[in-house]
Design a protein around this ligand. Structure first.
Ligand code: ADP
Length: 500
């Protein structure tokens, strides 16, 4: 057992027991190959610890456990009881939120106050929200003729594979576990190899809450091995993925092997439009939150700002001043820090390469554009970066950067703003700033995106559906809409008198 957990002391002095195994059937096991993933602290590049990484054989074992649970106790459990287990889990998250937030900050680099108040609040809130749905998921009686009774039943899909990204490790898991469990499915969930730790601590809470063995199985593992094994597994019925568009496309292909149900939440290059009549102070503050929070590592980040020419210069100078005053880069455990390090060296280098691209394509670097090395001489810190005068054909206007990196451009008319906002392969979030209510709703309808924020940005709420159009994804998470992907509708026709 000693090999399956390790005693750790986090940089904030918090001591806890970190599980390091694979969580299958409510037990901790080693991977069959013994392969491990070493987690790196992005703040100082030190090793935190190593955890077991699943191979396809381990995925098979997790799927077998999930299938057995699906056919057993879980399937027959009263829906109210299922909801109670989920509610208990949400309470346990609340009780353990300091430890979970500590792990999240250490492993991912996000500011501790954000991990604690935003991420963990969202995890507990989402599980509680879907706990309430567990006994309210039902079919319909459909009137046809007196000779027939027709009704529908909403059945769980079965064993669900869930592949999680590294930007919100626990929150993205909760978004997927909530509806899956409320609907009576069982789960094999794989965390991202960049952030493998918090989900293992969370796994112990699943057991403590009283979920039967095999209902939730949690694996770490590399995408190309464990992730691919999940996406292509013949005994998994549904796959839910959040991550890059390129990986989403591959998962879609692999899932075709047995026609799995799929939901994908992928990349974005979300526009934020500021009209001449906007409340400029509010537009500046929301634009900053929309791109600079979570180190810009948000799929819905409003990373393309389009400002009407009447307020363009004024917006840029106010935005630059606000970023300089607010986006304090530093140790994520320090209370004054707004922006920690990028999650990995790979992401750090990726953002730096886009900075080079912006410069070489002739955009104007208005702020940042360089690593920050004065936190501790190490770590993956990047100064909040603003490019202005950006043209639509530039790479930095078109491609998702996933960092504290924003491009700003001016427009003349409403139609031009809408056309340029839509001139992208993505369609995830979008924001509109205007004091004209008619214009706000008109533009909201014309934007090709899954979500529009009027006079705000990145206002995520577990009660409201979340997802994209175009190459930003398929399906919706959160809200009542998030349940749709986790049930199949069965129609029952009862013949009440048609005789042959
Ligand atoms: P990024 O490129 O930002 O690292 P990815 O979209 O590749 O993000 O990763 C998101 C999740 O998808 C992670 O859990 C990762 O392990 C997984 N993943 C990556 N590649 C594959 C793949 N080929 N098949 C299945 N899962 C994958």
């Amino acid at each position: 057992m000693s090999d399956l957990s390790v005693e750790l002391t986090a940089p904030n002095g918090h001591k806890y027991t970190q599980p390091t195994g694979l969580f299958i059937n409510n037990e901790w096991v080693k991977s069959k190959s013994g392969e491990k993933i070493t987690s790196i602290n992005p703040t100082d590049e030190s090793e935190i610890c190593s955890v077991y990484a699943a191979d396809p054989e381990d995925v098979d074992a997790a799927v077998a456990a999930a299938r057995k649970a699906f056919k057993g106790e879980w399937r027959d459990m009263a829906s109210t009881e299922r909801g109670e287990l989920m509610y208990k889990l949400s309470q346990l998250v609340e009780e353990h939120k300091e430890t979970l937030a500590t792990i999240e900050t250490w492993d991912n680099g996000k500011p501790y106050s954000v991990a604690l108040n935003e991420d963990l609040g969202e995890v507990a809130g989402t599980l509680k929200y879907y706990a309430g749905y567990a006994d309210k998921i039902h079919g319909q009686v459909i009137d046809t003729t007196a000779a027939k009774l027709a009704y529908t039943i909403r059945e769980p899909v079965g064993v669900c594979g869930q592949i999680i990204p590294w930007n919100y490790p626990l929150a993205m898991a909760a978004w997927k576990l909530g509806p899956a469990l409320a609907c009576g499915n069982t789960v094999v969930l794989k965390a991202a190899e960049q952030t493998p730790l918090s989900i293992l601590y969370f796994a112990n809470l699943i057991k403590e809450a009283g979920f039967p063995p095999g209902v939730v199985n949690i694996l770490n593992g590399y995408g190309r091995k464990a992730g691919a094994a999940i996406a292509s597994h013949l005994d998994i019925d549904k796959i839910a993925f959040t991550g890059s568009t390129a990986t989403g496309r591959e998962i879609m292909k692999m899932a075709a092997i047995n026609m799995k149900n799929i939901t994908l939440e992928t990349g974005g290059k979300s526009p934020l439009l500021v009209f001449d009549d906007a409340d400029l102070d509010q537009a500046v503050k929301w634009a900053h939150i929309g791109i600079m929070s979570n180190m810009g590592q948000i799929c819905t980040a409003t990373s393309r700002i389009l400002v009407q020419e009447g307020v363009y210069e004024q917006f840029i100078s106010a935005f630059k001043a606000h970023v300089a005053a607010t986006s304090k880069v530093g140790d994520p455990f320090a209370s004054a820090t707004f922006q920690g390090p990028q999650v990995t060296k790979t992401q750090y280098e990726r953002v730096l390469s886009y900075i080079e691209s912006g410069k070489s394509e002739g955009a104007e670097l208005a702020a940042g554009g360089e690593p920050v090395k004065d936190v501790n001489g190490k770590g993956f810190f990047i100064a909040p970066t603003i490019f202005t005068g950006v043209k639509d054909e530039m790479k930095i206007f078109r491609e998702e950067v996933f960092g504290p990196f924003v491009v700003i451009s001016s427009f003349k008319t409403e139609q031009e703003a809408v056309d340029r906002a839509n001139n992208t392969t993505y369609g995830l979030g979008s924001a509109v700033f205007t004091e004209n209510i008619t214009k706000a709703h008109r533009v909201a309808r014309q934007i090709e995106a899954g979500m529009v924020w009027i006079n705000s940005s990145n206002d995520s709420d577990f009660r409201i559906p979340f997802g994209g159009v175009k190459q930003s994804g398929i399906g919706r998470e959160l809200g009542e809409a998030g349940l749709a992907a986790y049930t199949n509708v069965k129609s029952v026709h009862v013949n009440l008198g048609t005789r042959l």
